[in-house]
Design a protein around this ligand. Structure first.
Ligand SMILES: [Zn+2]
Length: 64
């Protein structure tokens, strides 16, 4: 049984390219690398701005 051949990019599931193994492109390689970095460094990714919630809540309270 051959275990070669149909390997796919772990990022987007496209057919992978030998040059960018095991990914299909440099872009996907970068994406995967980014995941690794964000995971190991545990950087909080883009927190939601509280201003949004506070803004709407204030409006409701004022209305009443
Ligand atoms: Zn890909």
């Amino acid at each position: 049984m051959a275990t070669v051949a149909k390997a796919h990019c772990p990022v987007c599931n496209a057919q992978r390219v030998e040059k960018y193994r095991p990914f299909c492109s440099k872009r996907c390689a970068d994406i995967d690398l980014g995941r690794w970095f964000s995971g190991s460094y545990a950087i909080p990714t883009e927190e939601m701005p509280d201003e949004f919630d506070i803004g709407t809540e204030e409006l409701e309270e004022d209305g009443f």
